[in-house]
Design a binder for this molecule. Structure first.
Ligand code: SF4
Ligand code: SF4
Length: 384
């Protein structure tokens, strides 16, 4: 089901913003989502920072790793935003899972934080990332969870997780709405495709300036246009699946379903979009899908690289139907590899190898095929 939130926004948004601040807050993460973001090309981070997308506000990024300032100078805008005193619209971008800081505090520690406040003794104490997210989310135009740890909990939230990790959605709850009326926007992936991140940010920026409708999100807050389809539907190996030919080991060119690909049930667009600048992507480089964009990842897809039970039915059906279809196609392809002249002369004049002439059965079958092909239109070269 697609959630169309446009009903919250009757009429045009009156302000046109020149700048929008973007605050990047990391929880339990590996920084892979930051790396994926800076690798984006369409649009790139530079496009967002320089304001080169027509109509979209220029982004002022506050990122703990990419910032050129440090200390209190870096933290000050976070403090203002958390109090609703920034004086400009902002979005919060969360990377990494939200770890249970109450649990860490029991032993006097913390899991992840940014900046410090003084305690009653005047000693600096780290400000937990989850505290920033909670306080800033009240005033944010949008809270965007980036990557599977932030969207669903991810690897830190796998079974028996010792930090009680969970997602941004779990932290803010189902009733949360941003200043624009949006629930948490989720861009999953471990790491996500970089363009999925920057494109969603750009779409929100255009919406903020009243130049585009609010994008559609599904019932889990994923941008619908990016996550509606399964990875299988856009896979470069889907033709092998359909014809019932399957890889037996890593490095084979065929469909990877029998060596553990979950693509038919996983919502992800990486095969269509590529990993980076339209190159790469899991199956394109030989990797079976392990479902990294899905809320059930990683536990529901374990053990990795083992044939999923559903495959026993689906790939075996494809094997049976595909064998028949593949042979018929190969026969048609052999005829399509010939010119009218070669057909007339009954010989292919190739110096590269001997091309076998079709036997009588194949010729009869192809004659019937062509009769059907040209049943309601003249065959090229015919007198009719
Ligand atoms: S490799 Fe995976 S996604 Fe690609 S066709 Fe096979 S099952 Fe589908
Ligand atoms: S194809 Fe599967 S493993 Fe690869 S990015 Fe998409 S969901 Fe993750």
């Amino acid at each position: 089901m697609t959630q169309n939130l446009a009903k919250h926004f009757q009429g045009p948004i009156s302000n046109v913003f020149d700048v929008v601040h973007a605050f990047w807050i990391a929880g339990g993460s590996c920084d892979g989502c930051s790396i994926a973001t800076v690798g984006a090309t369409n649009p790139s981070v530079e496009n967002l920072l320089n304001g080169t997308i027509p109509g979209a506000a220029k982004v002022i990024l506050h990122h703990p790793v990419l910032a050129v300032n440090a200390g209190e100078e870096f933290i000050k805008p976070f403090r203002l935003a958390a109090k609703g005193e920034l004086g400009a619209p902002f979005v919060v971008l969360c990377e990494g899972s939200i770890m249970d800081e109450g649990m860490a505090a029991e032993t006097g520690g913390y899991w992840s934080g940014l900046g410090a406040d003084e305690d009653e003794n005047g000693d600096p104490q780290p400000i937990p990332s989850s505290s920033w997210v909670t306080r800033m989310s009240e005033h944010a135009a949008a809270v965007i969870a980036v990557g599977t740890c932030a969207t669903w909990g991810g690897i830190p939230a796998a079974a028996n997780n010792p930090t009680n990790s969970a997602s941004v959605m779990d932290l803010l709850g189902e009733d949360y709405r941003s200043a624009l009326g949006l629930p948490v926007v989720n861009i999953p992936g471990c790491a996500p495709q970089g363009d999925n991140i920057t494109e969603t940010i750009a779409a929100v920026l255009l919406f903020l300036n009243g130049l585009a409708p609010l994008p559609e999100f599904d019932e889990l807050g994923r941008p619908s246009w990016l996550f509606d389809e399964t990875v299988h539907r856009g896979c470069t190996r889907a033709g092998f699946y359909e014809e019932g030919t399957f890889a037996e080991e890593h490095g084979d060119k065929e469909c990877l379903v029998e060596i553990g690909c979950w693509g038919p049930v996983v919502q992800c667009n990486i095969n269509k979009r590529g990993a980076l600048n339209h190159a790469g992507g899991c199956m394109n480089v030989g990797a079976p899908c392990i479902g990294c964009t899905m809320p059930g990842f990683p536990d529901s897809f374990a053990p990795f690289y083992k044939t999923a039970p559903g495959t026993m039915v689906s790939s075996n059906i494809s094997r049976v139907t595909g064998t028949v279809i593949r042979n018929l196609r190969e026969m048609t392809m052999a005829f399509q590899n010939r010119t009218p002249k070669w057909n007339k002369e009954g010989k292919v004049p190739s110096g590269w190898g001997h091309v076998k002439e079709p036997n009588l059965v194949k010729k009869v079958m192809h004659y019937t095929y062509e009769k059907m092909q040209f049943s309601d239109s003249p065959k090229p070269g015919s007198k009719k």
